[in-house]
Ligand binder design. Structure first.
Ligand SMILES: Cc1ncc(COP(=O)(O)O)c(C=O)c1O
Length: 391
């Protein structure tokens, strides 16, 4: 049986990982500034993470949500403590798209409306309703075209006001647009979205699936705007590789039992993984580290003349170059053994390292980047000379 090709793959098979490093089958070490797509938050194979999951598996790995699971309440308490989101209920699922799907469904059920406002260039996942609010026709299906979705440009307050009326069930905004190439909603835009939603009885959903759990230097990235969204979705970094996701539902939303449901969501193993992540974030002050190291990384990048733009906050950065970004990323991987992420069809380098990153990792990356850029200049001038000779 052949495998379905999910994405283009690097010709690299990994078999070991530790903190910011991964090793391939030839024992070649790589610095990982991509984190398997913003998933590795507390570093690969963190000892506390291994210990908690192993310990849990030795006791009980799974039972469904039909029995008491005090561990889920423990998890909810820890999440409230670290995020400051006290007046919310927690619904646990297994992935980002599932979290978005449930948040949108919930908004529809409680408002009894079906219109949604989403943001241009957004990405919210690949199930049909999540795809309907994802601005990428290439991956949509006819099923996801059947929803009433109005798309508004990021930070266009007038367009948002114009789109809003009393038929809108939900406004959905990424905390920071990741796949679009790292674009942030302005504080004022978020505040207006919150005010308009309240005034018109719509639910504001902030999708923190990529930007949450400390990545931007706040527990949730929207928290710098002071708003309190009605629904918050999270996944990726929450499990550090274990598939977990969730929806935070504001206490004033009238949810009833059985409106939402799941078999696997909130299993013992999922709780153990997420608790381990939260405990390490807390013990190692990783939200502060993300802020500090992100500021340092951004400053170092901006000193390189060929770096034209650095967008984002904390450890969620988008970098543009005056040179070919793909050539730089390829050289970083093949010659310097550094993984980076990508966006906007290859024009933007996305940096999404683990929150445990230290200055020494950043210095090694910046040195490698400068060398790769230098080599790129040299190869260009050799090519120019050759084409003159040949011409
Ligand atoms: C902002 C955002 N929302 C939703 C998703 C979908 O998450 P998942 O792939 O876990 O379904 C992603 C994945 O990249 C994302 O970045």
């Amino acid at each position: 049986m052949n495998l379905y090709e999910v994405y283009d793959r690097y010709p690299i098979a990994l078999n070991k990982a530790q903190d910011l490093y991964v090793w391939d089958s030839n024992d070649q070490q790589y610095l990982d500034l991509y984190g398997g797509h913003a998933v590795i938050s507390i570093g690969h194979s963190h000892p506390h993470y291994i210990e908690r999951i192993t310990h849990q598996l030795q006791h009980i790995g799974f039972y469904s949500n039909s029995i008491e699971m005090p561990m889920q309440q423990h998890l909810a308490d820890k999440l409230a403590q670290l995020s400051g989101c006290h007046n919310y209920q927690l619904f646990l699922v297994n992935s980002g798209a599932e979290a978005v799907e449930n948040a949108l469904k919930l908004a529809g059920v409680v408002t009894k409306r079906s219109k949604i406002i989403s943001i241009s260039n957004s990405f919210h996942g690949r199930t049909n309703l999540a795809l309907a609010v994802t601005d990428n026709p290439a991956i949509q299906s006819p099923f996801s075209n059947g929803f009433q979705v109005i798309s508004v440009q990021l930070n266009d307050i007038d367009a948002l006001k114009e789109a809003m009326d009393n038929d809108v069930a939900a406004v959905i905004i990424e905390g920071v647009q990741g796949i679009a190439g790292i674009y942030e909603p302005d504080i004022h835009f978020l505040q207006t979205a919150s005010e308009l939603s309240q005034a018109h009885g719509a639910k504001l959903i902030v999708d923190e699936i990529q930007s949450g759990f400390g990545r931007t230097g706040k527990f949730f990235s929207f928290q710098q705007s002071g708003i309190k969204p009605d629904l918050i979705t999270f996944a990726k970094g929450a499990g550090n590789g274990f598939p977990v996701g969730g929806v935070l539902i504001k206490d004033d939303i009238p949810v009833f039992k059985n409106m939402l449901g799941t078999t696997f969501g909130g299993s013992y193993l999922a709780c153990a993984a997420m608790l381990a992540v939260l405990e390490v974030i807390d013990d190692e002050a990783l939200v502060d580290n993300a802020k500090q190291q992100g500021t340092y990384l951004k400053a170092q990048l901006l000193q390189i003349p060929e770096v034209t733009v650095v967008r984002g906050r904390g450890l969620m950065l988008g970098v543009e170059f005056s040179l070919d970004c793909k050539a730089i990323r390829d050289a970083l991987l093949k010659q310097k053994h550094i993984f980076t992420g990508v966006a906007q069809g290859g024009q933007v380098m996305r940096l999404l390292p683990a929150l445990t990153i230290q200055q020494s990792h950043i210095d090694a990356f910046i040195l490698a980047l400068k060398e790769v850029i230098e080599a790129e200049h040299s190869s260009k001038s050799v090519n120019r000379t050759l084409s003159k000779v040949e011409g």
